[in-house]
Design a protein around this ligand. Structure first.
Ligand code: GLP
Length: 241
């Protein structure tokens, strides 16, 4: 793990956007793995700015998002598809047909998951994956568990995650209880990974990810075994290292 500490979230956004922009410049038909949550927003803002400045062209890029809530269609304002449109896709020239987000309303969620897993492989795999981290150490929606999930699957969300994400909904009761998520195995196949954590409420998860033995109780700890994982932290998130 390559751990880098920055002074604030905005600077991290610039650093991460630089890595993503470089990836697209080097490989214009690359496959990007994208994440939601508040953490990647400064990165997406900077990526959009670099696009507007003519630094980078997304016309040949393919994207796969990590996860989606079960029950929310892509038009729902809390769906992760909607989030991606608002925060990144409509600000860059990625083609609609090259954008992939799991469907939360697929009639057969298990089939949706297996088709998504196959589609990522058929696209040649993910070149660069951005990740946030949950307060309980989850990545995508891979919650603490007894084992690492190998592939895209349906998951029951933990109370910790529902509590953390209720700020985006009218009430905790409105937060979906289930999600579709790429697996730990899916994430680990990405050729390069950038995980961002900002704020003191991530400090304990960051400590467990970096300092503790690899364990599915802290899913992000698996990144210790990834050959090209960069961890970008602000000082608050790094305070327990
Ligand atoms: C959700 C997402 C994760 C994200 C996490 C942290 O649970 N599924 O991919 O990393 O939230 O969100 P935030 O960045 O808002 O703290």
């Amino acid at each position: 793990m390559n751990v880098r500490i920055y002074k604030d979230a905005k600077t991290i956004g610039t650093a991460a956007a630089t890595l993503f922009t470089a990836c697209v410049i080097e490989k214009p038909d690359c496959v990007l793995g994208l994440a939601t949550g508040s953490t990647p927003i400064p990165t997406y803002e900077k990526m959009a700015e670099l696009y507007r400045d003519g630094v980078v062209d997304y016309a040949g890029v393919t994207t796969y998002n990590l996860d989606e809530y079960v029950g929310l269609d892509h038009g729902h304002d809390q769906s992760y598809y909607y989030f991606m449109q608002e925060n990144l896709f409509r600000h860059i020239n990625v083609k609609e047909e090259n954008v992939h987000v799991l469907s939360g309303i697929a009639p057969d969620p298990e089939q949706e998951c297996s088709e998504y897993e196959r589609a990522i492989e058929a696209a040649g795999g993910i070149d660069l994956q951005i990740l946030g981290i949950g307060r309980n150490g989850h990545i995508a929606f891979n919650e603490p568990a007894d084992s690492f999930a190998p592939a895209t699957h349906v998951v029951e969300l933990t109370e910790s995650t529902i509590d953390a994400n209720k700020r985006f909904f009218a009430s905790a009761d409105d937060v979906p209880r289930r999600a579709l998520t790429t697996g730990i195995g899916t994430i680990m196949k990405a050729r390069a990974i950038v995980l961002i954590a900002t704020g003191a409420d991530k400090a304990e998860a960051v400590r467990a990810m970096v300092k503790e033995p690899v364990s599915p109780r802290c899913p992000a700890s698996i990144l210790q075994f990834h050959p090209n994982a960069t961890i970008l932290l602000d000082e608050a998130a790094a305070s327990l290292l």
